[in-house]
Design a protein around this ligand. Structure first.
Ligand SMILES: *[C@@H]1O[C@H](CO)[C@@H](O)[C@H](O)[C@H]1NC(C)=O
Ligand SMILES: *[C@@H]1O[C@H](CO)[C@@H](O)[C@H](O)[C@H]1NC(C)=O
Ligand SMILES: *[C@@H]1O[C@H](CO)[C@@H](O)[C@H](O)[C@H]1NC(C)=O
Ligand SMILES: CC(=O)N[C@H]1CO[C@H](CO)[C@@H](O)[C@@H]1O
Length: 464
């Protein structure tokens, strides 16, 4: 402080007497301090996660893999080869026999019309919001920000208007409806809500992530489009965020970091998951064999940014030392150092795209089997529920009683674009038993052992 004082005095004009000089410098310092206070206050508006809720569909929508195969076989839409492909994919998928299918496919004759998809969305979106409102006791009129994301369902009025209409949210509500943004959209919605909370003080933000199965079924034999028919399941989550200081002591988590990467500037990334028509004009989502390459590029780049924010100095030093060693002795074949992420986060919750995706992540980020339990069990129990999957995983860790005060939680989602988002939270308290957790009543039965077929991945076999 005295240093600043001196410099200030020195730059004052010579002819000013000592007293006014002192007064002037005191004034300047006060201004600087006020400015610093104001700036730190603006940039450190904390965002709290009060609670979240995951939708649990009715038991009547549970279906086994065998049921799905039978249903597909009798639908008359698919060839014998496609059915063989479906069986092979199921053998490798990591999905169990109690995931949820959309109601429309359980009927004798499926008729995926607009009415049906609206009904499906109402069930999962309202289903999760109802639970969240009950859990948190927040009043609808206090919600100032609403962000809803759903990739495929896009109608008028929008999904976010459906929510405003149903819950009679106030007319000054700031609402956004994100469509077509893939599995990473849920965490992007959190990022958007975070930014809105930086400028709208004393607010609650409601974020809802869901996906439509009804409009997502591909009725053809092109294998690169058939994959999503196999892995994709019903799910939805509602999350309540707040920047009110009074929620600091009651909330579950505090938001530490959000990191978003979008590599759509690369053609390979852009084209690897894409909605289009097949040769016969039937709409589907093509997943190409470049998926892993694109995903790995975007995840690496995002994780690099995140590592800078979360890794302790010791891990960074090891990483740098390894990099230098590899540069100096390129012929020595030194293996790249994978930082130990377990020192920076206690819970790693990646989007459950499918078993091969989880395997790849585990290998590249060096997590042990225990760290992967939440994601593998979520894949087994609920399937790929798109953007809401990371919330079922967090619910799993909570139901197991593993989330302790101070624990850091890393949610990571990636999807079409190709995009990757990471969000890191810190638990502000021990999370206790919760009877409206989707895992309640069955959590003691987990983890289960999941059987997988051996052999090469059938996912990207080309169709004949
Ligand atoms: C769709 O729902 C509306 C209102 O529930 C109903 O009036 C209409 O007949 C339904 N249309 C079809 C094709 O089921
Ligand atoms: C990574 O860090 C965790 C937590 O400090 C520790 O338990 C584990 O042994 C470390 N793993 C390796 C490979 O060093
Ligand atoms: C998970 O489901 C989404 C939504 O259908 C799909 O876009 C994505 O490709 C799926 N992931 C994998 C690995 O199939
Ligand atoms: C918000 C943020 O840090 N995003 C980063 C994600 O990763 C890319 C690639 O490293 C960075 O350029 C972004 O800044």
């Amino acid at each position: 402080m005295s240093n600043i004082n001196l410099t200030l005095i020195n730059i004052l004009p010579e002819h000013v007497d000592f007293e006014p000089k002192l007064m002037l410098s005191t004034l300047l310092i006060t201004c600087l301090l006020l400015l610093a206070f104001y700036m730190t206050k603006r940039t450190s508006c904390a965002v709290y996660l009060i609670d979240f809720a995951c939708y649990k569909p009715p038991d009547t929508q549970k279906c086994t893999k065998e049921f799905m195969i039978n249903k597909a076989q009798h639908s008359g839409y698919f060839s014998e080869e496609t059915m063989e492909f479906m069986k092979k994919v199921f053998g490798k998928s990591g999905l169990g026999d109690s995931t949820y299918l959309a109601e429309v496919y359980l009927a004798q004759v499926a008729n995926p019309c607009i009415n049906e998809s609206r009904r499906e969305m109402e069930m999962s979106v309202f289903g999760s919001i109802d639970v969240l409102l009950k859990k948190t006791g927040v009043r609808c009129e206090d919600i100032g920000i609403l962000v809803v994301n759903c990739c495929i369902y896009n109608t008028m009025p929008s999904l976010s208007s459906m929510v405003v209409s149903r819950y009679k949210l106030k007319d000054s509500i700031i609402s956004y409806n994100l469509v077509g943004m893939g599995c990473s959209a849920g965490l992007m919605a959190i990022g958007l809500a975070e930014q809105l909370l930086q400028v709208h003080h004393d607010s609650y933000a409601l974020v809802v992530s869901a996906e439509s199965l009804t409009e997502n079924c591909y009725l053809g034999d092109d294998r690169s489009k058939f994959l999503t028919n196999c892995l994709f399941r019903v799910g939805g989550a509602a999350i309540l965020l707040s920047n009110r200081r009074s929620d600091r002591h009651t909330c579950k988590y505090e938001l530490l970091h959000t990191v978003h990467t979008n590599e759509a500037h690369s053609d390979l990334s852009y084209n690897c998951i894409i909605q289009e028509e097949d040769a016969a004009g039937r709409i589907g989502i093509t997943v190409t064999k470049h998926l892993f390459k694109a995903a790995s590029a975007v995840v690496t780049s995002n994780v690099t940014s995140l590592s800078n924010l979360i890794l302790p100095v010791s891990e960074k030093l090891r990483y740098v030392a390894n990099n230098v060693a590899r540069k100096l002795r390129p012929t020595a074949n030194i293996r790249p150092y994978v930082p130990n992420y377990s020192v920076a986060v206690e819970h790693f919750l990646p989007h459950v795209g499918g078993k091969p995706v989880l395997d790849e992540l585990q290998k590249n980020l060096g997590f042990d089997e225990a760290a992967m339990e939440s994601s593998r069990m979520t894949l087994y129990r609920f399937g790929n529920t798109s953007s809401s999957s990371v919330w079922y995983e967090l619910a799993y860790a909570e139901a197991k009683g593993r989330v302790k005060k101070g624990n850091r939680v890393w949610q990571m989602a990636f999807g079409s674009g190709f995009k990757c988002s990471s969000v890191v939270w810190r638990a502000r308290r021990n999370v206790c038993y919760d009877e409206v957790n989707p895992w309640t009543g069955e959590i003691d039965g987990f983890p289960v052992h999941v059987d997988y077929d051996d052999g090469p991945l059938p996912f990207f076999e080309s169709s004949k």
